[in-house]
Design a protein. Structure first.
Length: 394
């Protein structure tokens, strides 16, 4: 998906906001219809029925009729796809959308004439009932794009993303296998010794973010000052997100081009980043420390890295059980918590093998063999271990 920065005029921005309002209104109506369903009641309406109801609503409501019917229909179709994903993949159930947080809409039936390049730095896209809207031409737009999504972030910046089916990266056919250990201090450690760090905010930017968050806590609700501070915070956080996404795209492409088989830990990131607040009857412990760890994990983009690898290298990504990969020696197979001397140092108590702890874990992941069970009170060790890819002395 190619994403570009939109630069609408004030009049065009008003039209885009109206499209966002229509899409959000239709989406929330669909959520309300499905939330009303209970056992014993008739089934909630499907997309075809909701589209028919939308036609009737547009005939009676002038505000809805003033908008684009394709924008409103696509909001219903997006909701239908979200519900299907919820039942099929057990994802989160679609919930209400709020103004200022979920501003956006989707447009389909895009033809090549709907996107034009003006000069070296700018292009324009046709938006129904808004007209031609300029955007920064940072890369070529694929002629295969048949739809696009317009979004507005918390900082008030508009973007357009053209949906293009991703093309898989061909395997290098060199027979190499790599293991990836994801962490907080080292974002991704590879079994060949490479240690990759996800970029974030600089120390100066983080200090400014802390000052802005303190100023936001003191600001009066619904005041102009609070709105300005929230916008400044959103701009800083958006800068961090763009840096992380850029890093993830480059790293995933590089790994997919260099290795035939990619092995990663099978982690339940949603469970790992769950809050430790607990309940009123059973309050949690070290809630603030756990919240800081959750933010650090999410800032590394663990899940997005694996998702992009699976999209760019389909069929070449394997998930390995993560148990004891950081405690197991990649040379002799001995498992001992005492071998992990610190976050960065691994020294096997059995054979004396020394390595960076994250790289040692990545070697175990690359071998595809981790400790899986306890037998007779002792940890069951793998057999027929594959030769390691590299030995990294540290």
């Amino acid at each position: 998906m190619s994403r570009f920065r939109l630069q609408p005029t004030p009049d065009q921005e008003a039209g885009l906001l109206l499209h966002c309002s229509h899409a959000r209104f239709v989406w929330n109506l669909a959520v309300e219809q499905h939330a009303h369903w209970q056992t014993g009641r008739p089934p909630a309406p499907c997309y075809v029925v909701q589209a028919r109801q939308l036609t009737e609503a547009r005939a009676e409501c002038e505000w809805l009729r003033s908008g684009s019917v394709t924008v409103q229909q696509q909001a219903l179709r997006d909701f239908a796809e979200a519900m299907a994903s919820y039942f099929r993949k057990h994802n989160r159930r679609p919930t209400w959308r709020k103004a200022g947080r979920n501003d956006g809409f989707r447009q389909v039936a895009v033809r090549p004439g709907h996107v034009e390049r003006l000069n070296r730095r700018f292009g324009r896209v046709w938006v129904p009932k808004v007209g031609w809207v300029r955007f920064r031409w940072s890369r070529a737009v694929s002629p295969e794009a048949r739809s696009y999504r317009v979004t507005r972030n918390h900082a008030g910046q508009w973007h357009v993303a053209f949906a293009v089916p991703p093309k898989p990266i061909p395997a290098p056919d060199n027979g190499k296998t790599v293991g990836i250990d994801r962490g907080v201090v080292v974002s991704a450690a590879l079994s060949n010794g490479d240690m990759l760090q996800c970029p974030g905010l600089t120390s100066r930017e983080r200090s400014r973010l802390v000052r802005l968050q303190r100023r936001l806590a003191r600001a009066e609700r619904h005041s102009s000052r609070r709105r300005r501070v929230r916008t400044a915070i959103a701009r800083l956080q958006g800068r961090e997100t763009r840096r992380r996404n850029d890093w993830l795209e480059k790293v995933s492409t590089d790994i997919a081009r260099r290795f035939d088989l990619i092995r990663v830990e099978d982690l339940d990131i949603r469970a790992m980043t769950r809050t430790a607040r607990g309940t009123a009857d059973r309050p949690g412990h070290q809630v603030r420390q756990k919240a800081g760890l959750n933010r650090s994990i999410l800032a590394q983009g663990w899940g997005q890295l694996v998702t992009r690898l699976e999209q760019k290298a389909p069929g070449r990504v394997e998930k390995v059980r993560a148990a004891f990969t950081s405690q197991q020696c990649s040379t002799c197979g001995n498992v001992s918590p005492e071998s992990r001397e610190s976050q960065a140092v691994y020294r096997c108590v059995a054979c004396g093998f020394t390595c960076h702890a994250d790289v040692n874990a990545a070697m175990n992941i690359a071998a595809g063999q981790a400790v899986t069970a306890r037998e007779g009170g002792a940890l069951a060790l793998p057999v027929n271990r594959e030769p390691q890819l590299a030995t990294f002395a540290g």
